[in-house]
Design a protein around this ligand. Structure first.
Ligand code: SF4
Length: 153
């Protein structure tokens, strides 16, 4: 089945610093299951450059450490991620943990002090709202085991 995956986990150098978050274990699990990853980088789709200033969610807004409001870019990228997921028929997503876009279940608290709090990144929340099951690479094989058996190839 097609599974939406954060592009940086697939090795794309799209993270804010210009690097990647390549996750060989995730790639191996996808290949072993016969699944097709559909890359998504909501921050790039939102029009942000790479590299770019780090940002964090602060309530309904997303801000950089310098105080720039980048909420509109994050929301645009989230909307495109949902469109892509629907177009590709994805019912699950594996997203980069802790990101203000892709984080699932916990994200940084907006203080830029490396404090994690419960919550989703903007794109993860939109994908969850759209009905996708969302996981992070830190969930290990849990996401694969949770896929409906009849849809696993
Ligand atoms: S927006 Fe998501 S896919 Fe893009 S670099 Fe950040 S964590 Fe990775």
């Amino acid at each position: 089945m097609n599974i939406l995956v954060s592009s940086c986990l697939l090795g794309a150098a799209c993270k804010y610093s210009g690097g990647d978050n390549a996750c060989p274990a995730l790639l191996a699990a996808l290949a072993a299951g016969g699944h097709t990853p559909v890359p998504v980088c909501p921050e790039i789709y939102g029009g942000l450059p790479t590299p770019r200033p780090p940002a964090e969610r602060r309530g309904a807004r997303v801000v950089t450490a310098a105080g720039a409001d980048v909420t509109a870019q994050y929301e645009k990228g989230a909307a495109i991620a949902v469109q892509l997921a629907r177009a590709a028929g994805c019912r699950a997503a594996i997203l980069k943990a802790n990101s203000p876009s892709c984080g699932c279940g916990q994200i940084y608290d907006g203080s830029f002090a490396h404090r994690l709090v419960p919550g989703d990144g903007v794109a993860a929340a939109a994908l969850r709202e759209a009905g996708l099951a969302v996981y992070t690479e830190q969930d290990g094989p849990a996401w694969l085991a949770a896929l409906p058996k009849e849809e696993a190839k």
